[in-house]
Design a protein around this ligand. Structure first.
Ligand SMILES: Nc1ncnc2c1ncn2[C@@H]1O[C@H](COP(=O)(O)OP(=O)(O)OP(=O)(O)O)[C@@H](O)[C@H]1O
Length: 721
């Protein structure tokens, strides 16, 4: 018979409970379960209490028997419902019946005799011992049931693995003439393939005998297009790992992840996805990188993905050279640059320096070399303190990443001026590794002339080849020496290709797609995270560096179409394309011996405009009508921020409108959005910038007095929309 349990075991309850206990005495916990000791104690004390009380008040002894029988039946039912072992069920029923039997006997003969008390104590010990034994048995049963379930899952999995192992042993035998013994098959968590770990036969067979036959193995296994079976060295030279992809992730467009959390050049920067869906990271502290992609393969997009990684890093300053009118870096500068050449609300661009001309590139390279030389001299103590010859790069002493678009072509150019530039790039690569200076060069093709350069072969071991199905100038065996079985036709998709790093052997990969509005968002989100050049380096970099954002040096950027839309930008009758006035300023003469140069210039300009229009959708569609009235909203230039589905942005616009002629600022709008959307001030700064650019908002006042007014309330608008 079970008495209610007095719960004395509550020392860690809350203050509240403790105070209740103090007020009302001990708490009776009717629901508490029993262990072997408390159960036996409870049963014996309960039986004793009933026997003494029953004897004193003259209760019929058979009542105790009836209660015991009912308890035994009730407990049997609940135990069966809980699917407890037969042993537990009978132990519980027996305890009830024995307790009830003793109570009946004690009520008849008197409970306060030594015989009654002694037999009750023996009964208690007996119940406790058997309860403990059944509890252990019950636990063992439960563990066994769990293990059986796991064994069942493992059996099913290993049946699949066994089948894969048997198939591939046959296949490798058939295709490569090698008899392997499969040690393990690991299914990838992304469910896009598996890895076979196999032992090679004795007699000097090496993994590359299988690696060589990758394409035939893929064909024999009837893998979908874009899927491969790639062999690589195993745990020792007698083992081989074969990665088999069964789902082609290369076909789909994957947008750049929206997590813009901080990164470090030391812990790797993500550049895309492997076919197994895993991120591929590059470690550029000591490595340079080479990205090859013919026109239309997705190279420009990939450069933006790379710049996104650098912008997110807290220990990298990105210096970009793009002699193709700076287009690689412009989307990263535009969001921060105001029409007058100042920065919008203290925002910093996503790249630290952008050179689009030969002269600016020379300035940048001379500065980079001077900084590296100065670091070698000035940081001797620091190197000694850290007992290293590798400058400890961090947010105080950042790495300088020199990104040169079509840099590989510069290196192999025969033009005298370009050769000078090439020499400087090579000098930087040669001297800067230890001092935290590395390069990312892009190339249109993986040709022998690009890869014939010893410095590139030696220093740029992080390599990506975007094929887009292009076979011309795409020598993968030169790009990834020692890796077999890579064929251009395995990745005939834009943004897809092969990537190899010292940490990750060359294999298929897919670059993320990144669009201008995301570039704008990343620029805003990372603006307060960029490091500044350490004082020693900054001294060496001098005025040239300090004045890189001077309005006269950035005028071309603002005229490029990424900056504010100037009135009359349409002077060439382009119907809203890019204003290349900066370039037009340098336009060659229109007559005389330079006529050919002028024609070339026009062709180049037209090509550039067409490329930018295609990339950013700036060309008007047929039938597009200019707005009948109102400000020149998106009438030309790049509306990089167009994102109609962004409710936070809409709410911000509503706040701007509500602010009336007094206007408002980024902080006030961000405060208004914080609770509902969690929008940061930097994001709002980006939106305000784009609204000022496209005429939706007007910036009034300067410095700390600067505020934004919706164009409807702008001075001179007559308060009309
Ligand atoms: N990672 C990607 N995923 C899906 N599609 C992509 C990807 N990268 C690029 N594309 C597609 O390919 C097109 C061309 O991309 P991009 O301009 O980057 O190529 P490119 O090699 O730089 O060519 P060009 O030299 O002509 O500018 C894009 O407009 C886009 O449609």
């Amino acid at each position: 018979m079970s008495a209610p349990t007095v719960n004395l075991n509550k020392p860690k309850t809350s203050k509240n409970r403790r105070s209740k206990k103090a007020d009302g005495g001990p708490v009776w916990d009717w629901a508490a379960g029993h262990g072997p000791v408390t159960g036996a104690l409870s049963a014996t004390t309960g039986a004793f209490a009933v026997a003494t009380t029953g004897a004193a008040v003259g209760m019929p002894p058979t009542w105790a028997l009836a209660v015991g029988a009912a308890g035994a039946i009730g407990h049997t039912i609940t135990s069966l419902r809980d699917k407890l072992a037969a042993r537990t069920v009978s132990m519980r029923a027996a305890s009830w019946l024995l307790g009830a039997g003793w109570t009946t006997w004690a009520m008849t003969t008197g409970p306060l005799s030594w015989t009654a008390l002694g037999s009750l104590a023996t009964l208690g010990v007996g119940i406790g011992a058997s309860a403990r034994a059944t509890l252990l048995h019950e636990e063992a049963r439960e563990l066994e049931a769990l293990a059986a379930a796991e064994r069942q899952v493992a059996r099913e999995l290993s049946a699949e693995r066994r089948q894969i192992a048997a198939e591939w042993v046959d296949r490798i035998q058939r295709v490569c003439g090698v008899t392997v013994r499969v040690v393990a098959v690991e299914m990838w968590p992304t469910a896009t393939g598996f890895t076979i770990d196999a032992e090679l036969p004795t007699g000097g067979v090496t993994y590359d005998k299988i690696a060589r036959e990758s394409a035939r193995l893929s064909g024999d296994a009837k893998l979908p297009h874009g899927c491969t079976a790639t062999a690589s060295p195993g745990i020792h030279q007698g083992r081989v790992l074969i990665d088999v992809t069964t789902v082609n992730v290369l076909v789909e467009e994957r947008t750049y992840p929206t997590d813009y959390s901080p990164l470090s050049v030391l812990s790797g920067l993500p550049w895309g996805l492997r076919t197994n869906g895993e991120e591929v990271r590059v470690y550029l502290r000591e490595q340079c990188a080479l990205v090859v992609g013919p026109t239309g393969s997705g190279k420009t997009n990939m450069v933006h993905t790379i710049l996104a990684g650098f912008a997110r890093a807290t220990d990298v300053l990105t210096w970009v050279i793009d002699l193709n009118a700076g287009s690689a870096g412009l989307p990263w500068v535009g969001p921060a640059l105001a029409g007058d050449g100042s920065f919008v609300d203290g925002m910093r661009p996503g790249v630290d320096w952008l050179a689009s001309t030969h002269d600016e590139a020379v300035r940048m390279l001379d500065t980079a070399i001077a900084v590296m030389k100065e670091r070698k001299r000035a940081y001797q103590d620091l190197l000694a303190k850290h007992n290293t010859d590798l400058l400890p790069v961090n947010s105080k002493i950042p790495q300088i990443e020199l990104v040169v678009d079509e840099g590989a072509e510069i290196l192999v150019s025969n033009d005298r001026a370009t050769r000078k530039l090439a020499e400087k790039i090579l000098e930087f690569i040669r001297i800067a590794r230890a001092m935290g200076g590395r390069t990312v060069l892009t190339a249109l093709g993986a040709t022998g002339s690009v890869l014939g350069n010893l410095m590139i072969r030696r220093e740029a071991k992080v390599r990506a080849a975007l094929t887009g199905g292009e076979t011309e100038g795409m020598d993968l065996s030169k790009m990834f020496p020692g890796t077999r079985g890579l064929r251009v036709d395995q990745a005939p998709y834009k943004g897809a290709g092969f990537m190899g790093t010292p940490e990750s052997p060359a294999a298929l990969f897919k670059a993320w797609r990144i669009l201008p509005n995301q570039i704008r968002d990343i620029t805003a989100a990372t603006s307060d995270r960029h490091p500044t050049l350490d004082a020693k380096s900054a001294r060496a970099a001098g005025e040239t560096y300090a004045r890189r954002w001077d309005p006269e040096r950035t005028a071309w950027m603002r005229d490029s179409g990424f900056g504010p839309v100037p009135a009359g930008r349409d002077e060439q009758g382009s119907g809203g394309g890019l204003n290349l006035s900066a370039l037009r300023g340098e336009r060659p003469p229109t007559s005389g011996p330079d006529e050919n140069a002028r024609r070339e210039w026009d062709e180049l300009t037209a090509k550039f405009r067409a490329e930018i229009d295609a990339q950013f959708g700036t060309a008007p569609s047929p039938g597009d009508e200019p707005p009948a009235e109102g400000p020149p909203v998106s009438s030309g230039g790049l509306n990089l921020s167009a994102n109609e589905d962004n409710p936070a942005r809409d709410a911000a616009l509503a706040l701007l409108l509500a602010a009336g002629p007094d206007g408002t600022g980024a902080s006030a709008i961000a405060r208004g959005l914080a609770e509902e959307y969690g929008t940061t001030r930097q994001t709002v700064v980006g939106w305000l910038k784009s609204w000022t650019d496209d005429g939706t908002a007007v910036r009034v006042g300067t410095g700390t007095k600067a505020r934004y007014v919706h164009h409807r309330h702008a001075p001179g608008s007559g308060g009309q929309g």
